[in-house]
Design a protein around this ligand. Structure first.
Ligand SMILES: C[S@@+](CC[C@H](N)C(=O)[O-])C[C@H]1O[C@@H](n2cnc3c(N)ncnc32)[C@H](O)[C@@H]1O
Length: 249
């Protein structure tokens, strides 16, 4: 086995030991056969914010559905699906308690928007909030925007867009300054570059803007928790496989 493969296996074992419940539920979701039956359901069957509502909304806006109805509309959107990252249960756990208090002061920031399936989910889930999308390259979203609208997206809320480079600290800080000003962030999602360098720059750039009861989701890196939790002990951290969740204490 190469060193790279060994490290990856070690990370997975460590991840299982740290969050056995998350991994057990993920394995269960895969085994019970999420397929056509699941993806053919209407999201209205579930409460907004429920993990199944999140997965069905993502699928509706072009999310990946291998094992289910594969419409050939695969355009990003692999975070909520039980067939892929299956972060839906964790998103649901931390977002549901916030939903009662969402008003025009509530701000959601997603860094790394690609084709915008995430923005479409956030605009439906937080119709009264300020939803901000940031990316190095906004053109993927702009090109897909009409397609998303045809699928029903952005009828209740529309996102604001900003360019950011998560690998350049001063550019990232300026992007947050321009986007947020005096505003505070209630929910942030980092689904961008995914390297530890970019994750650190992004978290430290957005940290001064985080609201009292904020929650942050940092996706797709097993090492985020080890890298950031001890540097930012004033926050509360947890790790669920490749997803790290941060809140204030
Ligand atoms: C995994 S995709 C995002 C998927 C999206 N959140 C969704 O809902 O489907 C990653 C995104 O990160 C962006 N990205 C890559 N490097 C970046 C950087 N240095 N700064 C900002 N965004 C970056 C890419 O342009 C891409 O749109």
């Amino acid at each position: 086995m190469t060193m790279k493969k060994t490290n990856h296996t070690m990370r997975r074992i460590r991840s299982w030991m740290r969050s056995p419940r998350y991994h057990a539920l993920k394995a269960k979701d895969k085994m019970i056969g999420i397929g056509d039956e699941f993806f053919n359901q209407k999201r209205e069957k579930y409460t907004p914010g429920d993990y199944r509502w999140l997965a069905l909304t993502e699928a509706m806006y072009g999310g990946l559905q291998i094992g289910g109805v594969n419409t050939g509309r695969n355009r990003g959107g692999d975070r909520m699906s039980p067939c892929f990252h299956n972060y839906g249960r964790s998103y649901s756990e931390f977002l549901m308690p916030l939903l009662a208090d969402v008003d025009a002061d509530f701000t959601v920031v997603e860094v790394g928007i690609l084709n915008g399936s995430g923005l479409a989910i956030w605009c439906d889930l937080f119709p009264k909030a300020r939803v901000i999308g940031m990316d190095l390259n906004l053109s993927n979203f702009e090109e897909n925007r009409a397609g998303l609208e045809a699928l029903g997206a952005f009828q209740q809320n529309t996102p604001e867009l900003y360019t950011i480079d998560q690998l350049d600290r001063s550019v990232a800080e300026k992007a947050f300054r321009d986007a947020l000003g005096e505003d505070k962030v209630d929910v942030f999602i980092d689904d961008g570059h995914h390297s530890l360098e970019s994750i650190e720059i992004t978290f430290e750039g957005i940290k001064p803007y985080l609201a009292e009861g904020f929650v942050g989701f940092i996706e797709d890196n097993f090492d985020t928790y080890d890298h950031l939790a001890h540097r930012h002990r004033d926050c509360w951290w947890t790790t669920r496989g490749e997803l790290t969740v941060v809140k204030n204490k």
